[in-house]
Design a protein around this ligand. Sequence first.
Ligand code: ZN
Length: 129
Amino acid sequence: MLYEYTLQTRKEDFTNITVKVKEAVGQSGIKDGICVVYCPHTTAGITINENADPDVVTDMLLGLEKAFPDRREFKHAEGNSTAHLKASFVGASQTVIVCEGGLLLGTWQGIYFCEFDGPRNRRFYVKVV
Ligand code: ZN
């Protein structure tokens, strides 16, 4: 089963998409399997991290900014090389085990769509097998 979702992002942010992914797993009817969450963009990605304290997302964005600063040496004409670097760092997808009809996530884990070059209209896919 393949599900497509769209979202409107801000300049740079993490959107918690856990509810959408759970919805896809529920609709699929699959009780035990694998769920892949995939981002088809080169300046956005998918990650799993803490869903309780919103400061974690703020700090992650700050940390990524420090780890991947804009550099004069970058040649990419579009001028968004830091966004490409951050997208590759977090990765384009996450895989979560489906067990007894639900996602096998830890108590504090949430699934996030990570925007690094917004605002844009984005989409992501959820495949449950
Ligand atoms: Zn680019």
